[in-house]
Design a protein around this ligand. Structure first.
Ligand code: NAP
Length: 284
């Protein structure tokens, strides 16, 4: 009889990360440095506003300052870059998070590139990505780092395993592929032009879903015993994998909600504290 899969509990992993941060935040505060994350939201997309609020609240609960910058939807690329430059120059700010996606008329890449590498707590700059690809990023992208943190917490072997990543976005699919490669997995990256997707996914010992389409990865695509890391977060708290059907085949699976999401936020807090320690010269 098939054993039930291990449910990879993101809340548990997130709580461990946050618990480990408490002393570090206290020490910084005693030394006169309050770690501070600036979040920049352009426009009034309700989902983005919710994400930013969740991040701000998570900061507060840990004693991290949260500076919220909300800009009109009509903000130009130049105006947004000016705001980011101000935050770069503000020594009380240690991390900058530009909430993605920004309105279409803004050059998102140019805005991301304006974030200084020391404050790039979500690994969105090209330099941050390159450092990540070389295994040297101080602050890698949060969701990919969260996926790796969950696998490490549950001691999921990566070396020599075939990891199939579905999605190649600069903030998720690409960086997580590089991280898996750096851990000696053999990585296949799939995207919207991939042919025979189902066959490729069915070869994965590890499947990372980063597509942005609810219930997209089907249970009968999954190799029995595969590990499913579902980064998807779609309207109605639905992941990118058909959870019930994938559960039947997997040896381990992240739920949605309660999987990758909470660990992503905890990782953002960790990166903000990392950045605060580094820039204030008070590394532990
Ligand atoms: P994105 O920028 O829209 O990228 C989606 C990727 O999926 C693209 O690379 C796209 O391919 C690929 N794709 C789309 N349709 C496909 C198809 N039919 N077959 C194969 N590949 C296909 O999305 P993202 O920002 O990476 O986010 C992905 C998911 O993760 C979303 O559900 C998002 O909400 C979630 N997310 C969660 C967190 C978290 O904290 N849990 C954080 C960030 C994102 P092309 O490159 O060819 O277009």
């Amino acid at each position: 009889m098939k054993k039930n899969p291990l449910i990879l509990d993101g809340n548990l992993v997130a709580n461990r990360i946050k618990e480990a941060l408490k002393d570090r935040v206290d020490r910084l505060v005693q030394q006169g440095v309050r770690p501070c994350l600036a979040t920049v939201l352009v426009g009034d997309d309700p989902a983005s506003a919710t994400y930013v609020r969740m991040k701000g609240n998570a900061c507060k609960r840990l004693g991290i300052e949260s500076k919220r910058v909300v800009l009109e939807r009509s903000t130009t690329t130049e105006e947004l870059i000016d705001v980011i430059q101000e935050l770069n120059n503000d020594s009380s700010v240690h991390g900058i998070l530009l909430q993605h996606p920004v309105p279409h008329h803004i050059d998102e890449r140019a805005a991301f590139e304006a974030i200084s590498i020391e404050k790039d707590v979500d690994g969105v700059t090209m330099l941050g990505f390159a450092q990540n690809a070389f295994g040297q990023a101080a602050l890698p992208s949060c969701t990919p780092a969260a996926i790796m943190a969950i696998m490490d917490e549950y001691k999921i072997p990566m070396e020599g395993k075939h990891a199939v990543v579905v999605g190649r976005s600069p903030i998720l699919g690409k960086p997580v592929s590089m991280m898996l490669l750096n851990r000696n997995a053999t990585v296949t990256i799939c995207h919207s032009r991939t042919q025979h997707l189902e066959q490729l996914v069915s070869q994965g010992d590890i499947v990372v879903a980063a597509v942005g389409k609810p219930n997209f990865i089907q249970g009968d695509w999954i190799k029995p015993g595969a590990v499913i890391m579902d980064a998807g977060y779609n309207e109605g708290n639905i992941g990118d994998c058909d959870y019930e059907a994938c559960y039947e085949r997997a040896s381990a699976i992240t739920p949605v909600p309660g999987g990758v999401g909470p660990v992503t936020i905890a990782t953002l807090l960790k990166h903000t504290v990392d950045a605060a320690e580094k820039t204030s010269g008070k590394q532990q």
